[in-house]
Design a protein around this ligand. Structure first.
Ligand SMILES: C[S@@+](CC[C@H](N)C(=O)[O-])C[C@H]1O[C@@H](n2cnc3c(N)ncnc32)[C@H](O)[C@@H]1O
Length: 376
């Protein structure tokens, strides 16, 4: 492969290793694990592929330049080092998103974005004789800037909206799981994708849908209407169409039992609407009942679930519920591998079982524990 580009795939804390595995499987070269990201090298097609297939990436970025900065002028110079006509046509619009942390001379991300914008405009006006316009809603080119202390990095965002916005969710309960986190949890659990999967607190059905996508080889990108790379000068429609067709041809129309339940009617309706929109009505079954009241007729499967957190349920009820979870796993799910994600440490302790695996993950800003219990 022609290693002409250096890329960064971003993710959530705790999912870096699963993301690296996904990238390697897709043909990424020279991968390195970073904080909430993995860097890799490859040609242009790997950028299309990673956007299409990666379940645990949030964004795929092309690295344009990096360096040490001690002043706003240093930022301007590092942006000027990039040959922008490689990425822009005359009249292409663009936007700059900046994140600045602990930088001694800039405490305002907007100011950093302005400096970057000025340098791009100055260079392109000299190159093309016309001034490119800024468009925050619908730009042709999306530029990302990260400044951490004195470390500056400049990227081209090839994804646009973060990749957890798959496009299949039409409605959600008040605390839905992020799709990237749900896919990461399924990979971390080691679910072998040919045994039953059950989520007894299924809410809007995120774990069930991500599970069906994994079992049936459905690429998450197939649901997306748009990736930012489709507006870039370098976009090769024919090559991307081939990748789309290849992804469609890999779908397997078969899955093990994938079952959800929830105490709430509304959640069951939401889950069913999302499942239908994702095309899995024939493969996922969801029923309404309280945890422990009924048991699906499955054996030797995986439970992967996201019970209510303390944020919305009072402490005492939560302790009782988590105790019930532990007792039910023990008495009704012998032979299962059971996985629970929760941000409530005390509640998790009330499960009362020995966890064979413990990891720290984040559901948005909430620090969570992801615990595995083998009921053999
Ligand atoms: C944190 S939400 C799950 C969100 C889900 N993972 C998603 O992506 O939408 C917890 C769910 O547990 C359900 N729930 C609360 N108590 C329950 C109980 N005793 N039995 C079954 N479901 C319950 C709630 O209705 C809610 O949908």
């Amino acid at each position: 492969m022609n290693l002409e580009y250096k890329y960064i795939a971003t993710t959530f804390s705790g999912l870096e290793e699963v993301l690296e595995n996904e990238l390697i499987e897709l043909g990424a070269e020279n991968t390195h694990i970073l904080t909430r990201a993995v860097s890799f090298e490859g040609d242009r097609t790997i950028m299309y592929r990673t956007n299409m297939y990666c379940r645990t990436a949030l964004q795929i970025l092309v690295e344009l330049n990096t360096g040490i900065v001690n002043s706003a002028d240093d930022i301007y110079d590092l942006v000027m080092d990039v040959i922008w006509e490689k990425y822009f046509r005359p009249y292409d619009s663009f936007c700059v998103n900046a994140i600045v942390n602990q930088c001694p001379f800039i405490d305002n991300s907007l100011y950093a974005a302005l400096k970057v914008k000025d340098a791009i405009v100055d260079q392109l006006r000299d190159t093309f004789g016309v001034r490119p316009s800024v468009d925050k809603e619908n730009p042709n080119v999306m530029v990302n800037v990260h400044i951490y202390r004195d470390k500056f990095s400049l990227y081209l965002n090839t994804s646009g909206l973060p990749l957890f916005k798959r496009g299949y969710k039409v409605c959600a309960v008040s605390s839905p799981l992020n799709e990237v986190l749900a896919a990461g949890m399924i990979y971390l659990s080691g679910w072998p994708k040919n045994v039953p999967l059950y989520d007894p607190f299924c809410g809007s059905g995120t774990i069930l849908i991500e599970g069906a996508m994994i079992a049936m080889n459905v690429a998450p990108g197939l649901y997306r209407d748009f990736f930012a790379f489709q507006k870039l000068k370098s976009y090769n429609r024919a090559v991307f169409n081939e990748i789309v067709e290849e992804a469609k041809s890999k779908i397997i129309y078969d899955a093990p039992p994938i079952i959800g339940s929830d105490i709430s009617d509304k959640a069951v309706n939401y889950a069913n609407a999302n499942i239908k929109n994702a095309g899995f009505s024939d493969f996922i079954k969801v029923e309404q009942f309280a945890f422990g009241d009924c048991f699906p007729e499955i054996s030797d499967g995986y439970i992967i679930t996201n019970p209510p957190y303390g944020v919305r349920t009072d402490k005492e009820n939560l302790t009782d519920l988590y105790k019930l979870i532990g007792d039910t796993f023990k008495h009704h799910f012998n032979g299962f591998s059971c996985w629970v994600i929760s941000s409530d440490k005390d509640a998790v302790d009330s499960i009362g079982l020995h966890a064979s695996s413990k990891r720290k993950l984040f559901n948005g800003p909430l620090e969570c524990r992801f615990l595995g219990y083998r009921m053999y």
